[in-house]
Ligand binder design. Sequence first.
Ligand code: C2E
Ligand code: CA
Ligand code: CA
Length: 624
Amino acid sequence: MEPYLSDLRPSIAAIIAARRAQLGVRLSSAALIICIFQLQTGLSWALAWGVTYFTVQLVEYFVFRKVDETRAMARSAERVFFALTMANSAAFTSFGLLLAASGSWGVMCAGILWSGTIAHVTINSGGSRQTLQCALLPPVLAFFALPGFILRDGGNLTDCITAVAAGLFSGFGTVAMWNVYQKLLKSATRAREFGRQAQFDSETGLPNRAALNQRTDELASTASGVVVVAAIGIDRFSHLRGAIGHAPMVELIAQLAERLSSAFNGIPVMRLSSGHLGLAFVARDMAEAFHLAATLQGAVTRPLQLRDTHVDVSVTIGLSEAADALQHAADLAILDRALIAVEQAREARRHIASFDAKLYGNPGATLSLMSEMSRAFDNGQMTIAYQPKYDLRSGAIVGAEALARWDHPERGALRPDLFVEMAEETGHIGELTEWVLRRAVRDQHRLRAAGFNLSIAVNWSGHLLDDVGFTDTALEIARGAAGKLCLEVTETAIIGNAGLARQTLERLRAAGLTISIDDYGSGLSSMAYLKNIPADELKIDKAFVLNMATDPVDAVLVRAAVSLAHSLGLQVVAEGVEQQAALDLLGEMGCDLAQGYLIARPIPLQDLVAYLGDRATDPASAAV
Ligand code: C2E
Ligand code: CA
Ligand code: CA
């Protein structure tokens, strides 16, 4: 027993040593194979994925069309896909099991094979968690059978642990790869989506402003000649959209873009805003650019076919020169210049115009001017000139119109219609009117103190008619007046604003203010609205009065206005009386009041006091 045992011990020890040595080799070769395999699968799939991605990008770039979107699979298609994944994985698992049954090395190969299968399937699955589960399930189940094979094959517990560890390692590697792949996929999809949004209009799928800017830059750096951007404004856009509906309008725009593009050798047409398309092209000079723009316009003379109907569309084109815009890069981009040119063309009632910097003026200066206005009230730059209103029957001055005057230290005397319009557009008109009204009330007291009782008229912007708060303030100020106050409101302001304007005017009248309809006849309004306006006075626009003594048509119109106003119970004022003959004619027509250079120009308060004083003391000077 003893010698037998002593023989056996070294041989067992040798076997154990050999086994241990074998284990090291097995472990290291298993790890090596797994690493190489994971690396190889990972790299090859990453490569395949990258190539596909860039191919798609290239195709999109050259075809210049919409980028595809990853669409969710339909439910049934999804089920078939999962079943296929499961079957695929199960087939490989079975094959792996077969290999495993043939020995310990077979077990290693099976593990590697399975993990490869899983990697393949998951990467192909597009990052679906369910697909990963379908692919993982068969090999995970198969792993439970592994220890049995190993032990049967003469392996021991260490072998079992080695095999299971290799499988787990492989599994974790697969899951890690899946995660990396998912992140790549997501960020790539997001990047593509961002890229798409940045370059394309979401409604029509047409390239957008950014794309046009890019194209302009490309042309500017490569082409010889004048690089021009054309903004194509769809005329009466809102009206048309209201008439045909939003969705058909989008269709119409896409069709229009196609029409314009094909008229221009397939140049891409972009969408710049809801009602504007645009494109960039190269011309020899601006004359040729106008000629090419006319071709574009010609392309829409034929109506567009929308579903079953023909739709007539006309466009106005604004051109802007890239080189010109670059010189003034700080103030306006080339694209904005083209868009402004569309407006300039429309205002000039033309079909095509190039950007006119002089016409556009200097909005930066406008803004700074408005910020200066508040200071102008206090530092004496802003003053008021009063223009007398003459009573044709009594020959007396019965009122005066307060007209704002701004003597700017750098820009000289600013035209009131200019800064009044700016104030209206920038929301400063309330400030200006309040200042004028306070001054008018103060000056009326001064006139009163000098012995003159005049009705003072203040020009009232239409923008103020729907400002209830402002009306409250104005009424508060008017309460302190020393005599009659009159508000001159243009007819267009009242008509454009019928509901609230009426209420405001009624409130003002109820408080004792006189309402005068200014610039009567200058708008294109119908006479019918007159009966609905709560007013006391009608002021005939100077355009009809200036030449009424020589132009019989003007005279007829003034006569008609006088009789219309009287029959509506309104007092009539004629402004712009420059000639004695006109004044005489107005007297004969029965006009009540006259205002104009013949009587007096707008003058400062002290001059007005002097003027009124002269008239009172010297009856000869009172005769106009
Ligand atoms: P408006 O209310 O029609 O004022 C009459 C304009 O005609 C004044 O020009 C006046 O100087 C001018 N005018 C008066 N008589 C004659 C004449 O016999 N011949 C000619 N050719 N012109 C005459 P102004 O002062 O340049 O004012 C222009 C416009 O600016 C005014 O037109 C008014 O709409 C606006 N405006 C002036 N001051 C104010 C103000 O304080 N507030 C508001 N909202 N608008 C004002
Ligand atoms: Ca006026
Ligand atoms: Ca007027």
